[in-house]
Design a protein around this ligand. Structure first.
Ligand code: AMP
Ligand code: ZN
Length: 153
């Protein structure tokens, strides 16, 4: 999809603070984080949203492998968020404008909820601001390492 921002991130045409990447899936920090380390897990296949993903017999083996990896990265990412920030995490997927979807390429939000933070759910974009680009890069690097550890074959 030529005009899709997440396809452009997946192909590397637009930069992002990646925390995981394989041939099928990319994960990167959200540009308007709800908390420190808030990131998105995105299949490189362009599906509009979760409702557009083929399931059961309609799913080619390749599609099934992509979805399986998306959820493995979500699980690894939640575990990584707990390790890196303590506390817990919210997982959010918005399908459709009515649900708040703003980017029409499937993505799953992983939102770390550190101990002692504001009472969750704190679903307000921009609630967290990185002190600097370096602080943001350091956060991405910590998540990248923690996810990579869990995604080893
Ligand atoms: P949703 O409302 O579930 O569709 O979420 C879309 C998310 O994508 C929002 O949280 C945006 O902050 C985020 N977003 C949009 N463009 C970018 C970008 N270029 N890099 C990182 N995150 C982005
Ligand atoms: Zn796309």
């Amino acid at each position: 999809m030529d005009d899709c921002i997440f396809c452009k991130i997946a192909s590397g045409a637009i930069p992002s603070a990646k925390v995981y990447e394989s041939g099928r899936v990319v994960a990167f920090l959200d540009a308007n984080p709800m908390s420190e380390g808030h990131f998105l897990v995105v299949p490189k296949t362009h599906w509009r949203d979760l409702a557009a993903v083929p399931a059961g017999a309609a799913a080619a083996a390749d599609d099934a492998a992509t979805i399986a990896e998306v959820w493995q990265v979500v699980a690894a990412g939640v575990a990584a968020a707990v390790e890196v920030f303590g506390g817990g995490a919210n997982v959010l997927q918005c399908t459709g404008e009515e649900a708040g979807q703003t980017v029409p390429h499937l993505h799953v939000h992983v939102i770390p909820r550190p101990k002692g933070g504001e009472t969750p759910p704190q679903f307000s974009s921009g609630a967290f601001r990185y002190a600097s680009d370096e602080a943001r890069a350091a956060t991405a690097a910590k998540l990248d390492a923690a996810i990579a550890k869990r995604m080893q074959p």
